[in-house]
Design a protein around this ligand. Structure first.
Ligand code: ATP
Ligand code: MG
Length: 288
């Protein structure tokens, strides 16, 4: 008879999971340390349901300060669902229910008193398909700071628009066309515009759901460089189907499978020496 022993050390977040050879396929708890020394966000025991469907199962994961964590796994395993929990985007989906604890700088983001508008400025989101507002380049950036009252006058707002575009690596390409519609930029430029828009409201965390999947290799390389630069000031959680991308841009990697967080660890370890058979199968292309 096979035996499986799971020892969970709640305080440290370290799950020591023992598998015998016949059960390395089975999921019995996250392998690896889901905590970090300096967390920006802390998720504990998060479950997500769409009606009867249990899409995320008891996931605990920290998002570290000034780090990129990538989330990988087969289609439908819950990566986008989990990412959306981090700024309560799932609130917008009828029938979606989130339980567990998610803290940003120690404060529960699902508490009754939490207003989602400032939360979504603190935890910004960049989507798969660039989605600039149907407004000018300038207004795409100025809109957020204006509604959040971040600047006192036009000169300050102009300065913030310029700084945000510079930080997103787009200023030189758009400085002479600030009044043109954002939707008329190239796909890669639109995605950097969306990143500039997220940056403009001084977030702490930027969530990215497959931000390069609609871009060509040159535009993708540009965004990847940008992610590396942004890490100096922000925490970033990125969902990607490209394992090369995860390896290039992230310091930690989380592998999801059927709603479970199977394994989390340093990116290098996940890609060179995964502990779980499911992770190994995925990264070696045997699954997914
Ligand atoms: N808005 C929704 N309403 C109902 N069910 C949903 C919704 N969004 C996702 N789901 C379900 O939740 C599960 C996880 O989906 P999710 O989109 O999070 O996966 P994913 O890992 O991001 O997949 P992909 O790699 O294809 O983007 C799936 O079974 C999906 O059908
Ligand atoms: Mg997805």
């Amino acid at each position: 008879m096979s035996t499986t022993v799971v020892v969970a050390a709640e305080d440290t977040g370290i799950m020591m999971t023992a598998f015998d050879s016949s059960e390395r396929h089975a999921f019995v708890g996250t392998v690896g340390d889901y905590t970090v020394a300096d967390p920006r966000m802390q998720c504990r025991g998060v479950d997500v349901y769409y009606g009867e469907e249990h899409a995320i199962r008891n996931v605990s994961l920290d998002i570290g300060k000034y780090q990129v964590v990538s989330m990988i796994g087969p289609s439908g395993c819950g990566k986008s669902t989990f990412l959306r929990c981090l700024n309560r985007m799932n609130d917008e989906i009828p029938g979606c229910r989130v339980t567990g604890t998610i803290r940003l700088d120690g404060s529960e983001i699902y508490s009754k008193g939490q207003d989602v508008v400032p939360l979504r400025a603190q935890v910004g989101m960049v989507f798969q398909k660039p989605n600039p507002f149907p407004k000018s380049v300038y207004e795409n950036i100025a809109y957020g700071p204006r509604i959040h009252g971040l600047t006192n006058n036009k000169a300050e707002l102009d300065g913030l628009v310029e700084t945000s575009l510079r930080r997103a690596g787009l200023w030189d390409e758009v400085k002479d066309r600030l009044n043109q519609p954002g939707t008329e930029l190239s796909g890669g430029q639109q995605q950097r515009l969306c990143i500039a828009r997220a940056i403009a409201v001084s977030p702490e965390v930027i969530l990215m759901d497959e931000p390069c999947s609609a871009l060509d290799p040159v535009a993708t390389a540009r965004i990847e460089e940008l992610i590396d630069e942004l890490r100096e000031n922000f925490s970033i959680a990125i969902v990607t189907h490209s394992m090369q991308q995860a390896a290039r841009v992230s310091q930690r990697t989380a592998y999801f499978h059927l709603g479970n967080l199977v394994e989390v660890g340093e990116t290098k370890q996940i890609f060179t020496n995964p502990s779980h058979k499911l992770t190994e199968d995925y990264i070696t292309g045997r699954f997914g």
